[in-house]
Design a protein around this ligand. Structure first.
Ligand code: DX5
Ligand code: ZN
Length: 225
C-alpha cells in the first residue's frame, strides 16, 4: 500500500508559480523535465483572496501538452463552470466541499463528463467530512497551506490528517490518489510520503528552481530516502 507509493510518487508542478508571460514554454519545460501531471489552480477572488485564470487559459495550453491537466477549483459556485473546464481539456477536476451545498452532486457531474473527480480539504476541514463522498472520488487532495497563494510555509498539523485519509482510502479498497498541496519541498516531502501520500503538488519548489528536471528528481529522491 503506502510503501509502494513512496517509491515513485506522482509529481504535479503547480502552474501558479510559472512565468505567466511564457506559459506555453513553461509547460513544455516541465513536461520534458519529467512531470507526471500539470496542476492548475483556478481562483475567483471570492472563495479565496486571489484571482488566477480560467478555462480559456486551459484550452490554450491543452493544444501544446500531453500531460494530464489536474484542475484545482477554488471557486464558488463551482457547478456552473464544470462543463467549461471539462471542455477546455481538464482530465481531473477537484472541488472544495465548502464551495457549495452539494459536493456529492458536483462529483457526480464531474464523473458524468468522463473526468476524474477530486475533493480538496482545507487545513481546517476534518477527514471524516468526505467519508460519504469517497465512492465518487478519484483524488483526495490535502491542503497543507490555506489556499490562495503559492510560496507559503507547510503546515505540519496536516500530517496526521494525511495518515487518517490513507487509512480511509485503504479501507475503501479502490484506487484513490492521495495528494498534498502547499509548501512541498525536498524538506517537507519525505514526511508527507511517510504519512501515506502518493502525489506531491509543488509550485515554488519546481518553477522557482533553475533546473526543473533536477527539482522534480529531487522531490522524488528525497521522497524515497
Ligand atoms: C495554493 C495552491 C497551490 C500552490 C502551491 O492555493 O493550491 O497549488 O500553487 O504552491 P507552493 O508549492 O509554492 O506552496
Ligand atoms: Zn492547488
Amino acid at each position: 500500500m503506502s510503501q509502494a507509493h513512496v517509491r515513485r510518487p506522482t509529481i504535479a508542478p503547480s502552474l501558479l508559480a510559472a512565468d505567466f508571460g511564457r506559459l506555453r514554454e513553461e509547460v513544455a519545460a516541465i513536461e520534458t523535465a519529467g512531470a507526471d501531471w500539470l496542476h492548475l489552480d483556478v481562483m475567483d477572488g471570492h472563495f479565496v483572496p486571489n484571482i488566477s485564470f480560467g478555462p480559456v487559459v486551459l484550452a490554450a495550453l491543452r493544444k501544446h501538452s500531453k500531460l494530464p491537466f489536474d484542475v484545482h477549483l477554488m471557486i464558488t459556485p463551482a457547478d456552473p463552470y464544470i462543463q467549461a473546464f471539462a471542455d477546455a481539456g481538464a482530465d481531473h477536476i477537484a472541488i472544495h466541499p465548502e464551495a457549495g451545498p452539494h459536493p456529492h452532486r458536483t462529483l457526480q457531474l464531474i464523473r458524468s463528463l468522463g473526468k476524474k473527480a477530486g475533493v480538496v480539504l482545507n487545513p481546517g476541514t476534518p477527514p471524516d467530512s468526505i467519508a460519504w463522498l469517497l465512492d465518487l472520488t478519484d483524488i483526495v487532495l490535502v491542503m497543507s497551506v490555506n489556499p490562495g497563494f503559492g510560496g507559503q510555509r507547510f503546515l505540519p498539523s496536516q500530517l496526521d490528517k494525511i495518515a487518517a485519509l490513507r487509512r480511509m482510502i485503504d479501507t475503501a479498497g479502490r484506487p484513490i490518489a492521495l495528494a498534498v498541496d502547499g509548501g512541498i519541498t525536498p524538506d517537507t516531502a519525505p514526511a508527507v510520503l511517510r504519512a501515506g501520500a502518493d502525489t506531491l503538488i509543488a509550485g515554488t519548489a519546481v518553477f522557482g528552481a533553475t533546473d526543473y528536471a533536477a527539482a522534480i528528481a529531487g522531490l522524488r529522491t528525497e521522497a524515497a530516502a
